[in-house]
Design a protein around this ligand. Structure first.
Ligand SMILES: *[C@@H]1O[C@H](CO)[C@@H](O)[C@H](O)[C@H]1NC(C)=O
Ligand SMILES: *[C@@H]1O[C@H](CO)[C@@H](O)[C@H](O)[C@H]1NC(C)=O
Length: 197
């Protein structure tokens, strides 16, 4: 937990060339309600929203984030789908759900990336839930964004539970699917890493 906070603070430090209270400067002179945050494409300033930020918030005054995985369009000044948004120059496009985390976790959190794994570098569609291989859990990715996390439904009509089996060819991960695996079949399936039925 502390590690997560420190890491978040460190990431903030490394990626931040913009001061955290830059929104004060922007909103002192801005002619419109909304302005781009110059550094991250999912962030913007809303000068009408002066909601105070808690001490653990990663956001500065007036700073806001689009809902994941949307981005803030620099010309239209609104949140749009990541496929449509125009970021303008030098604004970083973050792809992980955890890059959109609003707050530090305030004392009782599970590390964000274990709840919302990264899809960066993964293909579209069903993928292994990292560190939960050979369980019913899997994730869906779309253009390196996490669509959602899922649990395999039981086999119908027997009710037998199913596991998410990775499909690999050589060492290349192809896909995966929900599959009933007999207890004695699991070791064999894992050994092969090639499940075709
Ligand atoms: C900006 O803040 C105002 C006041 O809270 C709110 O009504 C409006 O919806 C906000 N707009 C955006 C795009 O955040
Ligand atoms: C991701 O979600 C969107 C909207 O729910 C859906 O249209 C799209 O097909 C999904 N993509 C993948 C790869 O599952």
């Amino acid at each position: 937990m502390l590690q997560g906070l420190l890491l978040a603070a460190l990431i903030d430090l490394v990626f931040s060339s913009v001061a955290k209270d830059y929104g004060l400067t922007v909103c002192a002179t801005a002619e419109s309600e909304l302005s781009v945050q110059p550094e991250a494409c999912h962030k913007y300033y809303n000068c009408s929203d002066s909601t105070p930020r808690g001490g653990l918030s990663l956001l500065g005054p007036y700073e806001k984030m689009c809902p994941y995985p949307q981005l803030f369009d620099a010309t239209e000044l609104k949140c749009k789908t990541f496929k449509e948004a125009n970021c303008g120059p030098n604004r970083i496009v973050f792809k992980d759900r955890c890059d959109y985390t609003h707050n530090g976790c305030g004392g009782h959190c599970i590390a964000c990336d274990s709840m919302f794994p990264s899809c960066v570098g993964l293909k579209d569609g069903m993928n292994i839930y990292p560190l939960r291989e050979w369980t019913p859990h899997y994730i869906q990715c779309d253009t390196e964004r996490l669509n959602d996390t899922y649990v395999c439904s039981p086999h119908h009509p027997s009710g037998t539970s199913r596991l998410f089996s990775p499909l690999k060819s050589e060492s290349v991960f192809l896909s995966g699917k929900c599959q009933t695996v007999k207890a004695d079949g699991l070791q064999a399936a894992k050994g092969n890493l090639m499940v075709t039925t």
